[in-house]
Every structure is written in structure tokens, then in C-alpha cells.
Write a protein that binds this ligand. Structure first.
Ligand SMILES: Nc1nc2c(ncn2[C@@H]2O[C@H](COP(=O)(O)OP(=O)(O)OP(=O)(O)O)[C@@H](O)[C@H]2O)c(=O)[nH]1
Ligand SMILES: [Mg+2]
Length: 225
């Protein structure tokens, strides 16, 4: 059992969400009936260290063609009124893409304080790099700080565990990934740095269309719940 009881409830809830998400039935309809016109999901704020998959995630949300070669993001770009290509009944008010470097940590705090939904990306293929893991813990603590100062009154972090296909969990049954992640000492320390805040965890291969589709379905369902 995890010691992070406050976050544990959310994390356990996520285990269920992930099971639903990975349950293998692509055609499973959303539990939320589609509204007749585009419904706002509010703003998404998205961050993570370099190469965690932020730009890839945002490109997938926007339905943009992704470049085959990795291009580091060098500036801050705000996308407004993003209609979700795979869930066109929903629109995200704004999404910011920026580099995942230390000099952006203050920008991140500011975005978290103002934004509606917070997404932090963790690259599972780098989890055993101790410098990377420490940087993630620092980011998560900064995120909690910023959330506590937010006037929005919501206390939840959505963790997207990317690169699952390139991680040591690539052979784990997809429905079990989240449960197995919680047993990893490095991941547990990361979750512990989110003490007091509910965390929803999603795992995906962001470059894979099917995996992303399921991820998006799960996120939209959870935001609507
Ligand atoms: N195999 C695999 N590759 C991924 C995944 N997510 C992203 N990538 C690849 O990882 C690389 C980094 O992704 P980016 O989206 O550029 O990462 P970023 O967080 O925007 O990085 P910066 O802009 O440098 O901060 C790219 O080559 C992506 O194609 C994933 O889930 N699985
Ligand atoms: Mg980028």
C-alpha cells in the first residue's frame, strides 16, 4: 500500500480509469453522451522535462501532422480554441507549448495558477536516470505549490506517463501498467512529492494513434465525471 494516502485515492481511481482505457475495445462509446455543439473543457496547461512528449501530445490533441524528426521547442506558443480532432464535440480554450527547460519553471507556476486542467508528462523510458527523476520531483513540488496558490480551487494533477512502449514496462499488460508503476520505487517517490493532491495517471505511447485515441477518450471522460 502506498504511503501517499491523500494522493492514493486519486491514484487508485486512476487504476480503474486506466483499465477502462486499456480494456481493448476501440469502439466503446464514451459514457458521456456527446453534446449537440462544441463544449468547452476549459484551458489545458501542459509541461514536463525536454523529450517528455509535450509537443507530441499537443499535436495529437490538435490533429496536426507530427514531424518524424524530433524538434526541440524553443519558444512559447499558445493555441486558442483547439477543437479536439478525435473528439470534435469538445473544444479546449487554450493550450500552451513551451520548452521543458529549467528556465521555464516560473512560466509553469504561472500557468498552473491560472489554468483549468494541469497535465504533467513523465517520460517512462528515462525513469532510471536519477537526475531526471530528481528534476521531475522538483517540478511536481512546484506544481503543488502553484496549485495551492491558485484561485481556481481545484487540486488535481493529471500525469501522462509517456513512452510506455520504450520503457521497462513495455511488455506489461496494458491494463496493469498503472498498478505496476505504483510498485516502482522511483515512481513512488515521485507520487510522494505530490502529497496532498489528487493525481490521475494515464500511460500511453503518444506516437501511436490507437493509444492516443484511448488516452484522449479516458481524459475526456474523467474531466466530465
Ligand atoms: N516511442 C515514443 N516516442 C515518443 C512518445 N512521445 C513522444 N515521443 C517522441 O519523443 C521525442 C520527444 O517528443 P517531444 O514531443 O518533442 O517532447 P517535448 O516534451 O515537446 O520536448 P521539448 O520541446 O524539447 O521540451 C519525439 O521524437 C517524439 O516523437 C511515446 O509515447 N513513445
Ligand atoms: Mg516540445
Amino acid at each position: 500500500m502506498l504511503p501517499l494516502i491523500a494522493a492514493g485515492a486519486g491514484l487508485l481511481a486512476v487504476g480503474v480509469a486506466a483499465y477502462k482505457y486499456f480494456s481493448g475495445d476501440d469502439d466503446q462509446p464514451s459514457k458521456t453522451p456527446p453534446p449537440s455543439k462544441s463544449q468547452s473543457l476549459g484551458s489545458f496547461v501542459i509541461w514536463g522535462r525536454p523529450n517528455s512528449g509535450k509537443t507530441t501530445f499537443i499535436s495529437q490533441l490538435r490533429g496536426e501532422q507530427m514531424s518524424v524528426e524530433k524538434k526541440a521547442t524553443t519558444s512559447r506558443t499558445t493555441y486558442k480554441e483547439v477543437k479536439l480532432r478525435l473528439a470534435a464535440e469538445f473544444v479546449v480554450d487554450s493550450i500552451v507549448d513551451m520548452p521543458g527547460t529549467d528556465d521555464r519553471l516560473d512560466d509553469w507556476r504561472e500557468l498552473v495558477a491560472k489554468g483549468d486542467h494541469v497535465f504533467y508528462l513523465i517520460n517512462l523510458s528515462r525513469i532510471d536516470d536519477s537526475g531526471y527523476a530528481a528534476a521531475v520531483r522538483t517540478d511536481l513540488k512546484a506544481t503543488i505549490d502553484a496549485l495551492s496558490q491558485s484561485s481556481k480551487g481545484r487540486k488535481r494533477i493529471n500525469i501522462i506517463a509517456s513512452h510506455v512502449d520504450q520503457s521497462k514496462w513495455n511488455a506489461v499488460d496494458a491494463a496493469q501498467v498503472n498498478n505496476v508503476l505504483q510498485e516502482d520505487p522511483v515512481i513512488r517517490r515521485m507520487y510522494e512529492s505530490m502529497e496532498g493532491v489528487k493525481g490521475y495517471v494515464y500511460s500511453a505511447n503518444l506516437t501511436d494513434a490507437t493509444s492516443f485515441k484511448r488516452l484522449l477518450q479516458s481524459i475526456v471522460d474523467d474531466l466530465q465525471a
